[in-house]
Write a new protein. Structure first.
Length: 372
């Protein structure tokens, strides 16, 4: 599969091209930069606008074979001269229209800064200074990165949850976009956890997704949208919570995902494992279910359908006592004594199905922290 290039690489390339044109006075239709991964990037330069004291241009984002929502988006840079007489030569980097602003602590940039991460900032400065050295320019330059479509695109990203307002982030640590990057998603989970920690929480409340928002609000008055979304990466998220120094962790989620954890499965994506009915049937067998009930569970199309057979057999409490015992064992086995982990499992149709011993206590503590 074909790799692409990050918004950080696009911003650095556009900045370098604009600096070349500003200082050299000639149009430049392509540019070459080095990415941190050691791969050369040579994009075409588009939308060139030359003025006396500034130049703007753009690089079109190429995400390769990754289904990135920013693919094809123009990433612009305006480079302008600064009246910095007597000061040391500087490169000032900021964001304009469509580049988000940081409003919450715990991110790569401090509150108030444009959401242009550290590595892209380093790339931009390096490439702009190369142009300054080539033309023996001793003054200062201001670089403004902007993305006309950025605010609209940001609504489809994690940025609103992360407290980045007004646009997309300019990101990338390698300069390269790897197709279907698991690392990108895990990095986002870690950022969310780090934000929660920076805001003073000692308990990491985690959920695979927003499924069951109404149930959690109605039953516990807890907005599950405040939880860190871990997608299918239960085990990796436990590891990250421990690494970041959380004292406790609570996992809240729908039975369709979390039943897999009762079998020790720490990545719940269906391509990794899908033995939901087998695990539901194993709990029923432990509770003494008949072969007819077991076969009905194994033939079920959903966990909620399988739970119906628990109810018909009158074994739902025994089954979920066993399931929660197994979930508790495996999540704490993964945590390896670094922090206690509890779990709550629910169904949209049937409500709360099971909790581990201290799960509700952890939830009350987390709600108290959120209200502080």
């Amino acid at each position: 599969m074909r790799n692409g290039f990050t918004t950080g690489s696009c911003a650095a390339a556009a900045s370098k091209a604009a600096a070349y044109m500003l200082l050299g006075g000639n149009r430049k239709l392509n540019i070459e930069i080095d990415t941190p991964a050691g791969i050369k990037y040579t994009p075409d330069i588009e939308e060139i606008s030359l003025n006396e004291n500034s130049v703007s241009c753009a690089v079109r984002k190429d995400s390769g074979d990754d289904p990135d929502i920013t693919n094809g988006t123009l990433i612009f840079a305006t480079v302008s001269t600064l009246d910095d007489a007597g000061n040391e030569s500087r490169v000032i980097i900021d964001g304009g229209k469509g580049v988000g602003r940081v409003t919450r602590p715990g991110l790569d940039q401090p509150v108030g800064n444009a959401a242009i991460n550290s590595v892209p900032r380093q790339m931009i400065e390096k490439e702009v200074r190369e142009a300054m050295d080539l033309f023996d320019y001793k003054g200062s330059l201001k670089v403004t990165i902007f993305v006309p479509e950025g605010e609209e695109l940001a609504a489809k990203t994690f940025n609103p949850r992360l407290g980045i307002e007004g646009g997309i982030s300019i990101i990338g640590t390698s300069g390269i976009v790897e197709p279907m990057s698991t690392k990108a998603l895990l990095d986002t989970i870690k950022v969310e956890l780090n934000q929660v920690k920076a805001e003073g929480s000692t308990i990491a409340v985690v959920s695979p997704g927003n499924y069951g928002l109404d149930f959690m609000k109605d039953t516990f008055r807890y907005d599950l949208d405040k939880a860190v979304k871990c997608s299918n990466y239960i085990g990796d998220t436990i590891d990250m919570a421990a690494e970041l120094g959380f004292e406790k962790m609570l996992i809240c989620g729908h039975v369709g995902k979390l039943i897999k954890v009762s079998g020790g499965i720490m990545n719940t994506h269906s391509k990794e494992a899908d033995c939901r009915m087998e695990l539901m049937a194993a709990a029923a067998a432990k509770a003494g279910a008949t072969s007819e009930t077991l076969n009905s569970i194994l033939d079920s199309l959903s966990t909620e359908e399988a739970y119906d057979f628990y109810l018909k057999a009158g074994i739902e409490k025994q089954c979920f006592s066993y399931i929660m015992e197994k979930i508790h064992y495996y999540i704490n086995k993964r945590a390896a004594g670094k922090l206690p982990v509890e779990c709550m499992v629910y169904s949209n149709k049937f409500g709360l199905l099971g909790v581990t011993p201290d799960a509700e206590k952890f939830l009350k503590e987390a709600m108290g922290e959120n209200n502080d």
